[in-house]
Design a protein around this ligand. Sequence first.
Ligand SMILES: Cc1cc2nc3c(=O)[nH]c(=O)nc-3n(C[C@H](O)[C@H](O)[C@H](O)COP(=O)(O)OP(=O)(O)OC[C@H]3O[C@@H](n4cnc5c(N)ncnc54)[C@H](O)[C@@H]3O)c2cc1C
Length: 504
Amino acid sequence: MEHRADIAVVGGGFGGALMAMVARRMGHSVLLIEKGTHPRFAIGESSTPLANLFLQQIVEQYDLPELLPFRRWGEWQRKYPNIGCGLKRGFSFFHHNLGQKYSEDENRSRQLLVAASPRDEVADTHWYRSDFDQHLIGEAQRLGVEYFDQTELTEFRESAEEVTLRGHRVGEAVEFRTGFVVDATGPRGCLFRLLGLAKRELPLMPSTSGLFAHFKNVGAWPSAEGVPYPVEDAAVHHVFDGGWVWMLKFNNGITSAGVAAVKPRAESLQLCEGRTGWDRLLGLLPSLGEQFRGAESVGDFVFARELSFCTSNLAGNRWALLPSAAGFVDPLLSTGFPLTLLGIQRLAKLLSAWPSEAELEAYRCQTLAELDQVSHLVGALYASMDDFEVFTALTQLYFAAVSFSETAHRLAKPKLAGAFLLCDHPAFGLATREICNLVVARGRRDEVLGRIAETIEPFNVAGLADAAKRNWYPVVLDELFSAAPKLRATESEIREMLLREQLL
Ligand SMILES: Cc1cc2nc3c(=O)[nH]c(=O)nc-3n(C[C@H](O)[C@H](O)[C@H](O)COP(=O)(O)OP(=O)(O)OC[C@H]3O[C@@H](n4cnc5c(N)ncnc54)[C@H](O)[C@@H]3O)c2cc1C
């Protein structure tokens, strides 16, 4: 069977489905090719303010209003109550010593709570991917995308006029002819293998493994009086020397939990054994063990021997990889969604006309530079998991960059925040990389902490890195007003933006 379209998107996760919808709205005929079937388990669930903003921009620019409610908890709950979702008011971190119960001191020096939104209505979400991705596939089909599931591609052939993809679908040979292929199949995916692309090192990132599953009947983590938001309505991170555990609670009784750890730690815990590896880990984290006492896994544990990945090339004349297929650093800081959504925006621009070599080269460079910046930061975070003060300070580089970028975009000043994590900013981007190098090289702590404070200051629009707050950072809108000059904005511009976004 032969099928033809202007564009073929390979990989029917949220990235592929959204890319296909955008291409369709641009007037292209589109094929979407998926090797599995929906609904299916997928990992990568926690969104962020910047990810939701990029989603909103895509929805508005390409006229996809049915997807707008997914940008926020309140709208999502009203419009799509049956699509699983978690409430994410912020980022919660707790630092554990292996073998000991979690304990707190009066300075809250073993925890960090950073709010991302002032109230539930406008909060971020965790996407229950089996529901969410299936819904997007249905939406794509409704817009006229031709969808092929259970399709395994085995051949990629490029000529001057087109690309031919061959493979099989439920035992039958299939052939697709197209002008351009977007690969949305995730790390080590379709084109990486069919084109024999080479791997590329991610700077400062140690080799890590992951183990994860969905659970039911997970207990509650204790909260305290006066917290900026309920600590579990968040992406919860339990950090220990050599790794960290994530926990994301959904509104359907499911909790997504997993661990990412440097190889020696993953090997000593024998995470590759799945459930028994997980139980071994909980044995070393007694407070978490308590929380999981009555929990049961739903479905299988997944072990990922190599979590991080990066390809050396990600675009050619008639093909491009989404950032999520080009590389992955770590779940820490939830950078996968914003990078994927940025990639969709950039590829959509390229596909509005025939992409030139210079444009493809710019896409390659931007994507790799952003993955590298994430890798610097996450690599330094891994190197400081035994020193929570430095770890906390490093996270402020992330929070400063994303809150500054989000506000700049919302103020319609995107030039202030060109690239993800301000990686192309001559001062902030470079200083971040230098600081991360210093941390990994075990440089002097006072120098690291001093440089972080001085780097953040011109971009700190959210009252971050304030010792008086003792690691609790609620959303305080007054901070934004006083930071107006950093955003080259007036207080009335800030007020208008907050009103427009229903944040006041
Ligand atoms: C452990 C872990 C935790 C993560 N947590 C977060 C997080 O909290 N927040 C965040 O922002 N990001 C997170 N990420 C990253 C996130 O998973 C990705 O950014 C996101 O899934 C990208 O979506 P996607 O649709 O592009 O790719 P995927 O979700 O990987 O979907 C790829 C699709 O392609 C299909 N496919 C694969 N190979 C082929 C093939 N050869 N032919 C056809 N189809 C194929 C697959 O079946 C799948 O449906 C995490 C990643 C990992 C590994």
